[in-house]
Design a protein around this ligand. Structure first.
Ligand SMILES: C[S@@+](CC[C@H](N)C(=O)[O-])C[C@H]1O[C@@H](n2cnc3c(N)ncnc32)[C@H](O)[C@@H]1O
Length: 292
């Protein structure tokens, strides 16, 4: 999820819409806490209609639509389970995920504009675009081997996510895990290539139908977690050149996908329930399949 200041397309003047939005969101959160989900959705949808860039409008809507643990909690639990020794993150921003790791974990972070004040000693932070980083560095050499866990959360456009995936898979071990953030679109406006809202997951979502179709050898599932879903990809094959060799054709095929092309969401995005026992069972089943 990418935040930040952008010009809004809200027609109303801020002084006239901030207050009603604030009141609608407060009512939305009250309904949410009281367990009245349909009222909560109604309040947040009205807030979105009034001012899509009042940040709590979409955040509230995402909270109601994607209940349960948020992505940070899930990654925290995964770290405790997997005990990764080497971690790579594309798009680190303030380091909210980097901070979850023990100081013994070797971490490579890549971000052109990180907002981390003090970089921990176990983190090598590369201030660059991911494409530039992969063009200039041999990640395998930097890590002295493969990674256990990687997180793609940089630029939220489909072909960038595809390139980040290709570059990471090149050095993956058979039991490495790649997580892709923001792959469940909340609505059309927040999931377009062109950013129009502060709350923006872009067209990252196209990576799911793409990988499912082009790489049936991979195991993929998506957890409907706040704020915009978290996808787990295993069964990685460092020798596969399929995505790289067919990159142009793949981009041409999947970039034009439209929000209306999304079929029944559970199947389209290979969703599991957002509960930890289901996530661990699915992940260990998928990892076991790659060992066969
Ligand atoms: C949503 S934030 C990442 C949040 C972080 N992963 C977390 O969970 O706390 C996205 C970050 O991606 C970075 N970014 C944007 N384009 C990028 C690119 N081409 N390569 C790497 N990082 C990029 C931005 O500077 C921003 O800090």
């Amino acid at each position: 999820m990418q935040n930040g200041k952008i010009k809004t397309d809200c027609k109303a003047d801020k002084s006239s819409c901030a207050e009603p939005c604030e009141a609608l969101c407060a009512a939305g959160y009250n309904s949410l806490h009281a367990g009245d989900l349909s009222s909560a959705i109604d309040f947040f949808e009205r807030a979105v209609a009034l001012d899509a860039d009042y940040i709590h409008s979409y955040m509230g809507l995402a909270k109601v639509r994607l209940p349960g643990d948020g992505y940070i909690e899930i990654i925290k639990k995964l770290i405790a389970l997997q005990k990764p020794e080497k971690y790579v993150e594309i798009g680190v921003e303030k380091g909210a995920v980097l901070r979850l790791f023990d100081s013994s974990v070797q971490i490579v972070g890549i971000d052109p504009e990180p907002k981390i004040d003090a970089v921990p000693a176990n983190v090598t932070l590369h201030k660059s675009l991911s494409d530039d980083f992969f063009a200039a560095h041999d990640l395998e050499l930097l890590l002295d081997g493969s990674f256990d866990l990687a997180f793609i959360d940089g630029l939220h456009v489909f072909e960038q996510v595809l390139r980040d995936f290709i570059n990471l898979e090149k050095i993956a071990a058979s039991d490495s895990i790649i997580m892709i953030h923001d792959c469940l679109p909340l609505d059309r406006r927040t999931s377009e290539r062109q950013r129009k809202t502060i709350f923006w997951s872009g067209d990252v979502w196209k990576i799911i139908p793409c990988l499912k179709q082009e790489r049936p050898d991979l195991s993929i599932f998506t957890v409907p977690t706040y704020p915009a879903g978290l996808c787990f990809v295993t069964g990685l094959d460092c020798h596969s050149r399929l995505l790289k060799n067919n990159y142009d054709a793949i981009v041409e095929q999947y970039s034009p996908l439209d929000y209306s092309d999304i079929q029944e969401r559970e199947t389209y995005f290979s969703m599991t329930a957002n509960d930890w026992p289901t996530i661990t069972r699915t992940l260990s089943d998928n990892l076991a399949r790659t060992r066969l």
